[in-house]
Write a protein that binds this ligand. Structure first.
Ligand code: GLN
Length: 481
């Protein structure tokens, strides 16, 4: 039996039946990492000592017949922007190259409590800015489905690690598509939860009104299991909310109303992507779901709006990396030999931030500056409200909205890296969801050659359970010939 192929449910069953121990399972994954990482570079840090120590504890509990948590003994990987106490946390940046996390993020505390095993920290675009992991200061991750291609980003390492069977599940963060787009490129399931559904305490902030943590998994049921562990209100994150009690009703295709936004099936979409997404939707329609065309009229402004709001927040959030408070500093860099305060700031930020964070800090500083604030930031906030209202109106008519996750499958390494606008366009279908704060899941609906294509399922705020049910139906229907 190849243990790296197991889902959470299967691995739990095997542990319970004593077919293998948590230590054996962990060792198999560490060996797989050893084998695959030369090609993949999905991990920035592998925490083998921690993983084996955790596994031993779980094995002791199982041997003693003690109650074990929902994810007990299940090996996972964490995006390197979420703090895991005592372990390096770089955010993919030189400026945090040697930064050690001083405490556990709330999601980590929850995973620890549930018994999950941490295999390591995954590669990402610097400070989560990018769509390919090529903006990582430590080199790109490769797509396990085709090593010449990107895994998507910014949580590319987390998506690739699940796809390459280098962990059972992983966590990423999504500010404009960073969970869903890499899930789509790597052919795994990824959820961007409702804004506020998961605590962000211990997540390094990129754009605070948009950021959410969410899971990657091999299938919908696993994704739900992880989400159920990490969701919920946290006093340490005032934007987090109690997840409403979910009704236990069982959805049926025959009473499901699906909306297809006209604006998402227009120019710019790869015809093969469109075909596969429409085929999946047809299967739902054939099974009795009502499918109707809807309008999200402000879609065309969403990307522009995002590229005002996001950099504005980035410029404020990244101000803390100044070479004084923590992280890499020009003071201790012999090349600069400086102790002048302003010079320390300039040299630190000028040298240890990569091009993309610097570009966004400059853009955001501009859009927030006196005289321009009203013209850009305030205007963008008004547009954001319009985008949200589009979704609210749509959800008066339909239960879920289905779209492609990204207009194309995974592109080649190097293909878009010199053209920021082209890169930004790969998030055209994911960004509006973050602006509206609603949840969305990406699941594979087929392949072009070897390259997976993602179907995005969007629901209203806190409708994750409904999304999981629809995603489960799609998974089932797509499995049939
Ligand atoms: N690719 C988008 C960007 O570069 C989204 C990133 C993200 O969701 N963290 O901003």
């Amino acid at each position: 039996m190849d243990l790296t192929k197991l889902t959470i449910t299967q691995a739990k069953q095997g542990l319970k039946n004593k077919e293998f121990s948590a230590t054996e399972l962990t060792e198999v994954f560490l060996a797989q990492i050893e084998k695959r990482e030369k090609d993949m570079h999905a991990y920035l840090t592998v925490t083998d000592d921690l993983a084996l120590a955790q596994a031993e504890k779980i094995d002791e509990k199982i041997a003693a017949g003690e109650e074990i948590g929902d994810l007990a003994g299940i090996p996972c990987a964490i995006k390197d922007i979420i703090l895991l106490e005592g372990i390096k946390c770089t955010a993919g940046s030189k400026i945090l190259e040697n930064y050690i996390a001083p405490y556990d993020a709330t999601v980590i505390q929850k995973l620890k409590k549930a018994g999950a095993i941490f295999l390591g920290k995954t590669n990402m675009d610097e400070f989560a800015m990018g769509s390919s992991t090529e903006n990582s200061a430590f080199g790109p991750t490769r797509n396990p489905r085709d090593l010449q291609r990107v895994p998507g980003g910014s949580s590319g390492g987390s998506a690739a690690a699940v796809a390459a069977e280098e962990c059972v599940f992983s966590l990423g963060s999504d500010t404009g598509g960073s969970i869903r787009q890499p899930a789509s490129f790597c052919g795994v399931v990824g959820l961007k939860p409702t804004y506020g559904a998961v605590s962000r305490y211990g997540l390094m902030a990129m754009a605070s009104s948009l950021d959410q943590i969410g899971p990657f998994a091999k299938n919908v049921a696993d994704c739900k299991k992880v989400f159920d562990v990490i969701k919920g209100k946290d006093l340490k994150d005032s934007t987090s909310a109690d997840f409403p009690q979910t009704t236990n009703y069982k959805l049926q295709t025959t009473n499901l109303k699906i909306g297809l936004p006209k604006e998402y099936f227009s120019q710019g979409i790869d015809p093969e992507v469109e075909k596969l997404v429409k085929q999946a939707i047809k299967k739902l329609a054939d099974a009795g779901a009502e499918v109707k065309e809807i309008n999200l009229p402000h879609t065309e402004y969403a990307l522009a709006c995002y590229y005002i709001i996001m950099p504005s927040e980035v410029s404020a959030n990244l101000a803390r990396y100044d070479g004084i408070k923590y992280g890499t500093s020009a003071i201790s860099d012999k090349r600069f030999a400086t102790s002048d305060l302003l010079d320390v700031y300039l040299k630190t930020r000028g040298h240890y931030f990569g091009a993309e964070p610097r570009r966004r800090i400059m853009l955001g500083t501009y859009t927030l500056s006196a005289g321009y604030y009203d013209a850009y930031y305030l205007k963008a906030q008004k547009v954001r409200t319009k985008v949200l209202q589009d979704f609210q109106k749509a959800f008066e008519q339909v239960d879920v909205i289905l779209t492609p996750t990204s207009p194309t499958p995974a592109f080649k390494i190097g293909e878009k890296v010199d053209d920021p606008i082209k890169m930004y366009l790969s998030d055209i279908y994911t960004v509006p969801i973050n602006l509206a704060g609603v949840p969305a899941l990406s699941l594979s609906c087929g392949k072009i050659g070897n390259l997976p294509v993602g179907l995005q399922i969007i629901g209203k705020h806190f409708s994750e359970d409904l999304i999981f049910q629809v995603a489960g139906m799609c998974e089932e229907l797509l499995r049939r010939p």
